[in-house]
Design a protein around this ligand. Structure first.
Ligand SMILES: *Cc1c(COP(=O)(O)O)cnc(C)c1O
Length: 425
């Protein structure tokens, strides 16, 4: 058995690639391709690293569900004791449909609408992570009109560089996220005065795919400074939320393990006398990213003068990260074959040159062979679209030797539902 480095529970047994005890080739045959497959054990193992890090502390892991919002995935994390970080009214409905406790839901995002606020207040969510002073005013108005008070944290923009891709860096002054560090105290004073709000905590989230602990330690210093100043002003903070953002191994990346990172963070928290607070974190990618793969079939090989292309049946509508961020995903065969290999750009059928999944990959493949695109558990299916009128893929969750279909492949009828022709003239 050869485990793929950084991908627990995904391994070659002989020539064939398995996820837990299920041969991926069998799933591709049974359900067709493209197909997302997730390992339950890998998701729970990723969560366990956070739980170990928080052992003996008061803490809530709020899964940032935008990474992978499939109902069965939410159900799994709800049953494992997680809360949820949501960013829209749609996510609230989804997480409630999966059986989550609304009191463990926190609502982030820079553009919450009044309707979303009302619905979240009716549901009784745990906390609104407010991202601007104008949002404080609107939320207070909406809550007062509903006859309730809204529990709030203010998201601080600590102005630290998470050293990640610019599109997924969120904690710098030039980003749209959070309230600037120097305005935070004033925002808390305002929140404490507003009739529709109850201050409950403080929040920060500095970016995504962070592979170094240093930005977290810097952000923590900045946040703890503020906690001291806010409490000195007579405003109590019951929880401190350090956001998500921990990276995964896409291509030899070496992010700290969640428990190791938290051992470092708690050393600082304890030293500064904050170790007994209620902590929250909002991890997304690090809980699900390397627990999933996307299976695809080779349609054509197209040798060329400058490039060889391996054309597969998955595309940028299924796996948008390479096109959006030039992201790297490992690509391996479902069945290793002996024989000559060549260097290919692995591309999809969509009419865009940006529709590539991997560049300059050494593969031994023939039409009809199946491949696995790795690290496809986070920000793949959740970002999938119908571009080129392609139906979205099916999803399977594997638990030991059992494979559960958790989402059917989208049909043409699904895609056309809700559309109308113009009236006959
Ligand atoms: C996206 C997001 C997260 C999760 O980020 P990951 O990099 O997936 O861990 C957490 N908090 C907020 C506010 C987010 O927008």
């Amino acid at each position: 058995m050869t485990e793929l480095p950084g991908h627990p529970h995904i391994a070659f047994r002989g020539a064939d690639l398995f996820i837990e005890d299920v041969r991926l080739g069998d799933l591709a045959t049974a359900h067709g391709t493209p197909l997302f497959v997730y390992s339950k054990a890998a998701m729970l193992a990723a969560l366990a690293a956070y739980q170990r890090g928080f052992a003996g502390r008061r803490a809530t892991v709020c899964y940032a569900m935008k990474a992978n919002p499939s109902l069965a995935v939410l159900q799994l994390f709800a049953q494992a004791g997680c809360g949820f970080d949501i960013v829209s009214g749609g996510e609230l409905e989804r997480v409630m449909a999966a059986g989550a406790d609304p009191a463990k839901v926190i609502f982030s995002g820079v553009g919450k609408t009044r309707a979303e606020m009302r619905r979240a207040l009716q549901a009784g969510i745990g906390c609104f992570n407010v991202e601007s002073e104008s949002e404080l005013e609107v939320l207070s108005e909406v809550a007062s009109a509903c006859g309730v008070t809204a529990p709030v944290s203010i998201r601080v923009n600590p102005n630290v560089d998470a050293k990640t891709h610019p599109y997924i860096s969120t904690g710098l002054k030039g980003n749209k996220f959070g309230v600037a560090h120097e305005h935070t105290l004033q925002a808390y004073r305002r929140a404490a005065q507003l009739p529709g709000l109850t201050v409950v905590g403080i929040d920060c989230h500095i970016g995504s795919q962070i592979t170094d602990g240093a930005p977290y330690l810097d952000a923590m210093d900045r946040v703890l400074e503020l906690v001291a100043a806010i409490e000195a002003a007579g405003i109590a903070l019951h929880h401190i939320d350090f956001g998500g953002g921990l990276g995964i191994d896409y291509n030899g990346d070496r992010p700290p393990a969640a428990d190791a990172l938290w051992a470092q963070l708690f050393a600082k928290l304890d030293a500064r006398g904050f170790g007994d607070r209620h902590f929250m974190v909002e991890p997304g990618r690090s809980l699900v990213g390397n627990a999933g793969v996307c299976l695809t079939e080779v349609l054509y090989l197209k040798p060329g003068e400058q490039k060889n292309f391996c054309i597969v049946d998955a595309a940028m509508n299924d796996l948008p990260r390479p096109a959006m961020y030039e992201a790297y995903h490992g690509i391996v065969p479902l069945s290793r074959r002996a024989g000559p290999s060549s260097t290919y750009d692995v591309v999809g059928p969509i009419c865009e040159s940006g529709d590539w999944l991997g560049r300059d990959r050494e593969l031994s493949a023939l039409p009809g062979d199946r491949l696995a695109v790795l690290s496809a558990g986070a920000y793949c299916m959740s970002m999938a679209s119908n571009y080129n009128s392609r139906g979205r893929a099916a999803e399977v969750l594997v638990d030991g030797a059992k494979a559960h279909l958790i989402r059917e492949r989208e049909t043409v009828a699904d895609q056309l539902r809700g559309e109308r022709l113009l009236p006959a003239t």
